[in-house]
Design a protein around this ligand. Structure first.
Ligand code: 6PG
Length: 268
């Protein structure tokens, strides 16, 4: 009888998992098999940006999106010991966009984000910047709040450090919906957005101008439902009005996409 062969504990240790071909999108593209692996890369990038800014400026300005995709990512940031030393005490938390509903409403982005980040991190309350979306001048107020906070930075560094965006199946990002008024607000930093293409309720959103001035823009996209929209971005045949995510092209910052394989057009 042949002697039993001990399995080599190192076998396959350096085997690379086959990965989906990354779609050709503007900026750099990270593809991982599933959202768990993807969140680890995104969190690693966030951690290094946060530490670099906190060291250099003494603070770190981050703007977060709502929607369903990033919620498990926020949970991971709080529960995974690898991210325990995120410098929350030096962070300023901004909201990318908001639904015009009270903060008590389940649809409020601030409600959902703050239940993770604000309630479970040492971020100082004075560094938390919700959009007061129920006030008629919420857009102007938020612009002023942003300008005031960023004016403490040296010139040229008065910008958001990390903006986390999502992608809607219709190609919107933040609350910049196809053929909606916010896309034309080139001079504004924050605007209300309403109209037939805006998924109700009415919204308030940072504009492409703010996004494109940022240091690092991360776009997190997971799931098969986003595949078609990713294919449209890759095709680059449509104008920004039809595919608002194309308005995102940071001028002197980095744009990085984080996709799971399901969101990649070439995966069957
Ligand atoms: C929001 C957003 C929005 C979102 C996309 C994707 O508040 O809903 O900021 O731009 O990122 O609609 O939403 P899902 O993650 O739910 O697919």
């Amino acid at each position: 009888m042949a002697p039993a062969h001990d399995p080599d504990p190192q076998a396959g240790a350096y085997k690379l998992e086959p990965q989906a071909r990354a779609p050709d999108l503007p900026g750099t593209v990270v593809v991982r098999r599933d959202s768990d692996q993807l969140f680890a890369v995104l969190a690693g990038d966030l951690l290094s940006q946060a530490h670099a800014c906190a060291r250099r400026f003494g603070d770190f300005h981050i703007a977060l999106s709502g929607g369903s995709t990033p919620m498990p990512f926020y949970m991971r940031l709080l529960t995974d010991p690898a991210y325990r030393d995120l410098p929350w005490q030096q962070a300023h938390l901004w909201i990318v966009d908001e639904r015009c509903v009270p903060f008590s409403d389940e649809r409020s982005n601030f409600k959902n984000i703050s239940e993770f980040i604000v309630d479970h991190t040492p971020i100082p309350k004075s560094h938390v910047h919700p959009m007061q979306a129920m006030l008629p001048d919420a857009d102007v107020r938020y612009e002023h709040e942003l300008l005031e906070a960023l004016s403490k930075r040296p010139q040229g560094h008065d910008r958001l450090d990390f903006v986390l965006l999502g992608l809607g199946t219709d190609g919107h990002t933040a609350s910049l919906f196809p053929h909606s008024p916010a896309l034309g607000a080139a001079e504004r930093l924050v605007v209300f957005n309403r109209g037939p293409t805006v998924t109700p309720p009415d919204r308030i959103t940072i504009t492409a101008r703010v996004i494109n001035a940022s240091r690092f823009v991360a776009v997190l996209v997971t799931g098969k439902s986003k595949r078609e929209a990713v294919g449209r971005i890759q095709a680059r045949t449509e104008p920004v009005e039809a595919l608002p995510i194309l308005a995102v092209h940071p001028r002197s910052g980095e744009l990085r996409w984080y996709l799971d394989e399901d969101a990649c057009p070439d995966v069957e």
